[in-house]
Design a binder for this molecule. Sequence first.
Ligand SMILES: N[C@@H](CCC(=O)N[C@@H](CS)C(=O)NCC(=O)O)C(=O)O
Length: 215
Amino acid sequence: MERILYDYFRSSAAYRVRIALNLKGVDVKRIVVNILPGIDEQNNAQYRQLNPQGRVPYYTEDEFRLGQSPAILEYLEEQYPVPALLPEGAREKAYVRQLSSIIACDIHPLNNLCVLEYLRNELGADNKAVEKWYAHWIQEGFKALEKMLTANHKSGRFCFGDKPTFADICLVPQLFNARRFEVPLDAFPAIVKIGAECAKLPAFQAAAPEALGKD
Ligand SMILES: N[C@@H](CCC(=O)N[C@@H](CS)C(=O)NCC(=O)O)C(=O)O
């Protein structure tokens, strides 16, 4: 079977999938789709034919094709269950998905490349305004996450207990973005601490944009 990840080193959604694949020890061939503004390989007819949404990540196993990092994570969890990246128990799983969704559904879509380009090109926002927008949505989401990670006894080394889950897989790329755009993180010590724990694991290290270099 040939597994392919259509990927871009600085895509945080693709970064999630790379971490999960590494944690589970699933080998893939990486195909780079350069989404840098001005290059925009995601809009090439050939790529659009494969993935009509024109985004990364996109994951294939022979003829099986899947977009959307949360769907890919769920698929990998079912298909390659060891090590588990969701805890046992319906409520525990739902809690981890809740943390992940704050990032994947509420923070990330507002700060996506095409949204920032729309603010700049269609609505006339300058860089300062775009940076303010970017930081605002990260901080809004992180405020809630920080409270949740400190107000209960569910977190440990990681967002839930002492093993990495989907929540950490979503958190680390979002932290990378926050640092890249110099969003102050002083108000989020629990998030920063968990990020540092994740950074000790080879699976997270190998998935990091800096480990891949500029594609
Ligand atoms: N919800 C999607 C988001 C995918 C997504 O938007 N990826 C970005 C990179 S992080 C992208 O491909 N952007 C291209 C564009 O905005 O044109 C997921 O989680 O996979």
